[in-house]
Design a protein around this ligand. Structure first.
Ligand code: SAH
Ligand code: SF4
Ligand code: F3S
Length: 455
């Protein structure tokens, strides 16, 4: 009998990837994915711990689940409730205390053990808590991905040894670890055979990748991307998230040499002020970052850039904030994420004196976001009238007012969602194809256009 599985995912793309792998792991046990939690036999919340609000959201969602679980129990059925991901890793015992009806709490390195954990909770009463970092790698034990998406994620690196003073990731994901090249290529080939045309390789510090190659040598990310580009049918490659310190020359050269590597890079800088970067333990200066961007632009002149920013880090002065604004103005970003510094228990920055008052953080965030928004709009506007390749991945949901009737959704090289009116006959045939689209209109974060060639 099929059982209903509902997975809800917060956080970064690694969590999105992990969620799809968890679905793969439990599929042989008869669990089929469902959009809703209502009546589910297994609910997994895959959580994020990066900022404060993330764990608060988890507890409110858990509260909504409890009556559904009780309804099922009244019918003599069981809803297994599980919390996975980074909050589970960081606050496992706290989750069990605050929400004792949660059956399983387990960290990101244990997903291959899910069948045993499920067996344990169904056999016995009482919960499972599994926040070990097992010596066997979860990647070796997970089944091959059977994802049918045009655009697929592939985790190649996990964990982090950089210990930025604000960040929980080194504690929730554990030490940096790179998968072997052969396993990555095998997974990419399966994805391509199942229809993937774009692969985004993932890691908390994906460009720190140093996996063992089939030749016994250690491969960096540049070399891996060149090899992935050889796989037939893979038209586009991307990687995220990268760290400025690991942007080596070979990787920068790959932006020049590998046509499949898309001209878009998310490269978080966090701050434009050296004193703040130092206090964050980022181990690079604002000039180092500018130099990397110069090299990237020399290698790939059309590259569009994106970044992450934290405002109001402890000790950040008005002059420091002005330096961040200046960096943004100098570089010009096509998109960006910006956050107020959030104090995370157990991280070095949480203990720093001179925490910045929330009102100051709010004002700085507003000022920064206004600038970033204007840059994003200007960048999208600059594409109007241009013809660019768009990789189509689906028939879009009815997005009011953009086009009469159905529309096709695809992605521009620079990541924007791009919509065209769906051709009257069999629009699905466009899915998986990269076609030239002339952009006619730009929105805050999406583009509208029409096919420049017969579809
Ligand atoms: N490994 C990546 C970032 C991973 S976390 C890197 O080093 O760049 C994603 C983003 O969340 C970070 O880039 C940072 O901008 C933000 N972030 C992390 N911890 C935070 C905190 N305590 N408060 C606010 N933002 C935070
Ligand atoms: Fe966190 Fe820094 Fe590691 Fe990125 S590099 S995951 S910000 S500790
Ligand atoms: Fe969040 Fe964990 Fe990713 S804390 S950002 S889900 S690595």
């Amino acid at each position: 009998m099929t059982k209903k599985l509902h997975i809800k995912t917060w956080g970064c793309q690694m969590n999105v990837y992990d969620s799809s792998r968890m679905a793969d792991v439990v599929a042989p046990l008869g669990y089929a994915p469902s959009e809703t939690a209502e009546g589910a036999d297994l609910v997994i919340f895959n959580t994020c711990h990066i900022r404060e609000k993330a764990s608060e959201k988890l507890f409110s969602e858990l509260g909504r689940l409890k009556p559904m679980q009780q309804d099922k129990a009244a019918k003599g059925e069981r809803m297994i409730v599980a919390v996975a991901g980074c909050v589970a890793q960081a606050e496992g015992a706290e989750i069990q205390r605050r929400a004792p009806y949660v059956d399983m709490v387990f960290g990101p390195q244990t997903y291959h053990q899910l069948p045993e954990m499920i067996a344990r909770v169904t056999r016995q009463s009482g919960g499972v808590l599994n926040t070990e970092f097992p010596p066997d790698s979860k990647f070796d034990a997970l089944p091959q991905q059977r994802n049918g998406d045009v655009s697929a994620f592939l985790s190649i690196q996990e964990g982090c040894d950089k210990f930025c003073t604000f960040c929980v990731v080194p504690y929730t994901r554990g030490a940096e670890y790179s998968r072997g090249v052969a396993a990555i290529i095998a997974e990419a080939e399966v994805l391509a055979a199942n229809g993937a045309r774009e692969i985004t390789v993932l890691g908390q510090n994906v460009n720190a990748f140093h996996g063992e190659g089939p030749d016994g040598a250690v491969w960096g990310l540049g070399r891996l991307l060149r090899r992935l580009a050889d796989i037939p049918n893979i038209k586009r490659l991307r990687y995220t998230t990268s760290h400025p310190r690991d942007m080596d020359d070979d990787l920068i050269a790959a932006h020049r040499d590998v046509p499949q590597l898309m001209p878009f890079l998310h490269l978080p800088v966090q701050s434009g002020a050296d004193a703040v970067l130092d206090a964050m333990n980022r181990k690079h200066t604002s000039d180092d970052y500018r130099r990397i961007i110069d090299k990237l632009r020399a290698a790939r002149p059309d590259i569009a850039l994106s970044s992450d920013f934290i405002v109001g880090f402890p000790g950040e002065t008005d002059a420091d904030h002005a330096a961040t604004m200046r960096l943004v103005r100098d570089i010009g970003f096509a998109s960006a994420f910006s956050f107020k510094y959030s104090r995370r228990p157990g991280t070095p920055a949480a203990a720093m004196v001179q925490q910045v008052p929330e009102t100051v953080q709010d004002a700085r965030l507003q000022e920064l976001q206004a600038l970033l928004r204007a840059q994003q709009e200007a960048f999208n506007q600059s594409l109007v009238g241009k013809t660019i390749p768009v990789l189509f991945d689906g028939v879009a949901r009815n997005d009011s007012g953009r086009h009469e009737g159905r529309q096709m959704h695809g992605r521009a090289p620079f990541m924007q969602s791009t919509y065209i009116a769906a051709p009257a006959a069999a629009p699905e045939r466009l899915i998986g194809h990269e076609l030239a689209v002339t952009i006619t209109q730009a929105r805050q974060s999406s583009l509208i256009g029409e096919l420049a060639q017969a579809g």
